[in-house]
Structures are given as C-alpha cells and as structure tokens.
Design a protein around this ligand. Structure first.
Ligand code: M6R
Length: 608
C-alpha cells in the first residue's frame, strides 16, 4: 500500500506533490510527508494523519523545484510523524520514500548499526536511506543500485540527495511505479491519476528497473546496469474521473456510476442477434479456452465475492468444476491443477499483492491465467496470460462498488462466451441471457431513482451493535458482500451467512431486535429463504428483506422491505448489491464515519 510521488522541474514542486498525494491518498492515509531540494539542502515535513494535516504544516511558499512525497499505510511501526516517510540517513543527505516491504530489514539494520549508523524510526524503509549513505561513492544512481541489490522484498522507491540536487532516482520491484513525461519537468508516481493533471505521457516501469529522472531527461536501466528502451503510452481518462463531481463522497458517486460502468463493460462485446459474446482480446487463446476442463477463481475481498457468483454461473453454464480460492490461501492448496485448468484472477486494482502472488503460483502449477481487472497497465495486466478489462472508470472510494458489479457482469459474459465456444448452449438461450444482461443498467437506474426508503431503513441498522446478512444460492455471495460493505465503512459488526446455515450455529447470535437483512429475490431459493426468515422472526429479529418489486407477499413475513426491480434471477445479485451498497453508505453517513477512507484500510493492498 502507500503512495509515492516525485517531481523535478522549473517551478515550485510542493503544491504539485501535495495535489498528487491527495489523489494517491486512497492507497493509505495514516501519515504523510514530503522532502524537497532547493539546491543546497533537503527540507522535510511529515506528520501523522492525512494529506490535509500535512498541508496545514507545509510551507507552500517553498520554491524548491525537486521533491518526493509519500502517503502511508503503516506496516512497520505505528502511524506517527517519526515513522512517516521520507526517511533519511544519519547525515540527512539522502531522503527516501517507499511503497512495499523490505523483508530482510532487521538483518540489514543490525549490520548498519554495528557500522555506526543511527536509526530513528521503526520502519523497514529507513535501512534504504542508510544503505544509500553506505554505498555512496559520488554517484547516487550507483548507490541506489547497490542498496537495492542487498534488499529482499518489494519496493517502489524514490530517492533524492543533496549531493546531487538535480536528479531523482526511482526503482521498482513488485510495487507499482510509473513515470510521467512533461515539458521541462518529469514526474513519477504509484499510479497515473496522481499525475494525470500534469501530463498524459506515461512510461510503465517494470520490476527490476531503475529510473534516473532529471528536468529534461528520463533514462531507465536494469538493476544490473543494462539500458532499457521503453514505450511511452498516452493515458486516457479525464481528470474529472478522479473528482467527486458534486457528490458528497466518492462512494456515492461510484454507486451512481454503475449503469455507465456496466454499459461500457458490455460495449462492443455483446452480439445479441448471434447470441454470442465477442471478446476480441481472447481470440488467440480460443482453442485453449475451448478445451478447459476446470476453473479456479482467485481473488480477495469484494473481488472474491464476485468470484463466488462467477462459480455458480460458470458451473451452471459450462458443467465443469469451478473452485473459488482466497488469493492469500491459494498457495496452501495441495492439489495441483489438471492439464487444462484455467485460473481466473480477479483484482479491480490489478495490484493486490496476494492475488499477484497467487497468480504466479498458479502459473508455476501450469494453469492458463486470465486476469479480470479495472486498471489498464496494472501489474496483473502485464503478468497474466490474458486479460479482460472491466470498464468502470477509476474507483477512488476504498469500498468497491461499481467495479464489483462490473466483475460479475464480466464473469457472466465469459461464461456465455465459453459456453458458446464449447457449444453447450444454443443461440436462443444465450440471446435470452444477453437480452436480460442489456437490461441491467436501466434497472439499476430505476433503483437509484428511488433510494429514500434505503436511506430510512439504514437508520434502523445504526441503532444496533451488529447485524446479519443472509441469502441462498446466488444471493449468498451478496450476503457476504453486503456484510463486508457494512462493516468496512460503518464499523457496525456485520456477518453474512448462507441462509440455510443459520440453524447450524449463527442462529444463537440472534436476539430480540437484531437486524437481519435477508436477500430474497424470486427464484429457485425463494421459499427456502422464506423458511429461514421465519426462523429468525420466531427469535424476534428485525428482518429487512431485499425483494423483487412484484413480490407483494414478502411484507407479511418481515419488518421492512427494500424493493429491487424484477429481473432474470441470474442478474438479481447485481441489483441487490446496489441496494446493499446504499444501505451501508447511508448507515455509515448516519454514524458520521469517514466513508471514502475507512480506518486501517487502503484501496490497493500491495503487501502480502
Ligand atoms: O483490487 P482488488 O480487487 O484486488 O482488491 C481486493 C480487496 O482488497 C478489495 O475488494 C476490498 O475487499 C474492498 N475494499 C472491499 O470493498
């Protein structure tokens, strides 16, 4: 996690770095800092808290034209001003910002301490500054290179030194880093939106590469010193995408962007008449995909919940075994893939370390790997055998919303695509699915036009210490996702269960007035879930049903109903998900929580 930024130019960099850090704040927001160089010496300002706290103590009149900045999600050492980056060596001549983890930091720290280096923080990062000091022989790039050859772990770093005030050195291994090319100025950052305001000319830095940045030049070489020619990519996406656009929070904006995100994810891919899905990006792999005999879906958090839905849909359409694994657990899975196994790795950010590690593991076990991600150019896109992009636009709120429904859609499209390749469904069946699919954005729009009831219902949940989400079949992963959204942003204790499992233990948690949110759309599991609703009602729970608009009966069995539009059963999870996102959003708002930046979390989890 953490976000890093650097800038070298002919104008004051402090406001640029602050602005860029604000756009990276979703990556971590427990402390922040900036180091600038005005030719003679390094000036460092850092603090515990958010970028706004840093801004309050910064001198924006500082006219230094070289600088680096950092927003932190603590791994080693508590969030404090001392542990905030940039970190320096003993002499204060080298300043380093770092995203990642130096795994052998303790051994290096012991060695450097025995040589007389004095450490002032609890971080792993500080060893990098002292290593640079130790390795410096008059060439900063050489010192960084030597230092990095000694470290194990992951990093995206930027280093400045008052010995060479006209250069920034940066490097990457397993943590994202891009360079932005300007006119008489150059930038580096953890992602494109951070610097998109200043340039759209981007170079993606790869693992094992080191960058030398001056005002007018950028050179890239490997850690071993071999020069590398890189392609300049023109970034698309507007700066407004990263603005709140009149909404109080990014999360609310992103919930409302779902119809657009889904339409864009479907665009040019649905062939309704032919009843087929056109994934041009998969053409070269068609034969391999056609012969797939099993699938493992690998993901974390919300993406994992999309994966469970994918399992249900893919097993139904393809009649082959589909497993879903948490990325962080995948490597402990003992049985190997068959010859014709596909690993679908889902990560909206494309940077989640657990998922990247699991994908590597899957590759080494012989899986064909397919990544589903929302971020063009992210690490996963460059490591997977093939990729399918969700086209949700940038998602800033830490709580995933529009990317979740787009992941479900993409998995469903993939299911229809493979089913047609394998000739498992006829044109009419796939045409019907595609027709229902196309209707979903419009149905979400009508749901979003009527949210006052959801807002009102959320206040009832806020009165409780805990709440439970239940659902069966396709509604079970939505119960998990509803609970994750609720706990993540409102801090109300929330758990999701398969409705049928309640009586096997969780029912003991239900006391009078406990809110139970039952996802009960019309379909195969309706009556069974109704039975489970009666069980919790018999224990005096306060039951809120997420039910179809045409369900006039449900009101007899529950205390409150949130209606979602009628839709083919396969797609009701997408509508229920939107309702539950809003329920969590309004509960969190009612409680005054920091919705876009919940405590202890970060948007991209780039550490394992
Ligand atoms: O970027 P990824 O999809 O790999 O992220 C996975 C999880 O960290 C993420 O979905 C997380 O659970 C969200 N904050 C949930 O809202």
């Amino acid at each position: 996690m953490c976000g890093i930024v650097g800038c070298i130019g002919n104008r004051s960099v402090t406001p640029i770095i602050v602005e860029s850090l604000k756009r990276l704040e979703y990556r971590g927001y427990d402390s922040a800092g900036i180091a600038t160089l005005n030719g003679a010496e390094i000036d460092i300002t850092k603090t515990a808290g958010k970028i706004s706290d840093l801004e309050n103590i910064l001198s924006l009149t500082n006219d230094a034209c070289v600088g680096i900045g950092h927003t932190r999600w603590a791994t080693h050492g508590i969030p404090s001003s001392t542990n905030a980056h940039p970190h320096t060596d003993c002499s204060g001549s080298f300043a380093v910002v770092h995203n990642g983890i130096i795994e052998n930091f303790q051994a290096l720290k012991d060695e450097l301490t025995s040589k007389g280096h004095i450490f002032s923080s609890d971080t792993d990062t500080e060893v990098l500054a002292h290593l640079c000091e130790d390795c410096y022989n008059g060439d900063l790039e050489h010192a960084v290179r030597e230092a990095l050859l000694r470290v194990e772990g992951s990093y995206a770093i930027a280093v400045i030194s008052d010995n060479e005030p006209e250069v920034i050195i940066a490097a990457r291994k397993d943590s994202p880093l891009i360079v932005g090319l300007g006119d008489g100025e150059n930038f580096l950052a953890s992602d494109i939106p951070a610097i998109r305001k200043y340039t759209n000319k981007i170079i993606y830095i790869d693992d094992g590469e080191i960058v030398r940045l001056t005002r007018d030049n950028v050179t890239i070489s490997t850690l071993q010193g071999v020069n590398v020619e890189k392609t300049v990519t023109i970034a698309d996406g507007s700066i407004q995408d990263a603005e709140r656009g009149g909404y109080e929070h990014f999360m609310l904006k992103e919930i409302h962007e779902q119809p657009k995100a889904l339409r864009e994810t479907m665009e040019d891919r649905l062939c309704e008449l032919e009843g087929s899905i056109d994934f041009k990006e998969l053409r070269l792999l068609e034969d391999e995909i056609k012969n797939i005999e099993s699938i493992t879906i690998i993901a974390c958090g919300t993406s994992y919940h999309a994966g469970i839905l994918g399992k249900y849909a893919l097993e139904d359409l393809l009649r082959i075994p589909v497993k879903v694994e948490y990325s962080s657990e995948f490597r402990y899975n003992n049985f190997l893939s068959g010859k014709r196994s596909l690993a679908i790795c889902i990560s909206q950010s494309g940077e989640t370390a657990d998922t990247l590690a699991a994908m590597n593991e899957a590759k080494s076990q012989g899986y064909l790997t397919l990544a589903i991600t929302n971020v063009v150019g992210s690490t996963i896109t460059r490591k997977a055998d093939e990729i399918l992009l969700t086209k949700s636009g940038i998602e800033i709120g830490v709580a995933a919303t529009k990317t979740f429904t787009a992941q479900i859609l993409t998995l469903y499209m993939f299911g229809v695509y493979v089913a047609r390749l394998k000739k498992l469904i006829d044109v009419e069946t796939s045409r019907n699915i595609i027709t229902s699919m196309k209707a979903v954005p419009g149905l979400i729009e009508s749901l979003l036009d009527n949210i006052s009831n959801i807002e009102k219902t959320s206040s009832r949940i806020c009165e409780a210490d805990c709440c439970y989400f239940i659902g069966r079949g396709l509604s079970y992963p939505i119960a998990l996702e509803g609970a994750l959204k609720m706990k993540e942003i409102s801090y109300i204790k929330a758990e999701g269960f398969p409705a049928g499992e309640l009586k096997h233990g969780p029912l003991a948690l239900i006391t009078a007035d406990t809110p139970v949110i039952a996802i009960v759309p019309k379909g195969k599991t309706y009556y069974k879930t109704l039975g489970n609703i009666k069980e919790v009602k018999a224990r005096n729970a306060f039951v809120i049903a997420i039910a179809n608009a045409s369900d006039d009966e449900i009101v007899k069995y529950v205390d409150s109903v949130i209606k979602i539009p009628d839709v083919d059963e396969l797609f009701s999870p997408m509508l229920a998900a939107v309702a539950l996102q809003l329920l969590a959003y309004y509960a969190a708002k009612y409680l005054g929580a920091e919705i876009d930046q919940p405590r202890n979390l970060a948007k991209s989890v780039t550490v394992e």
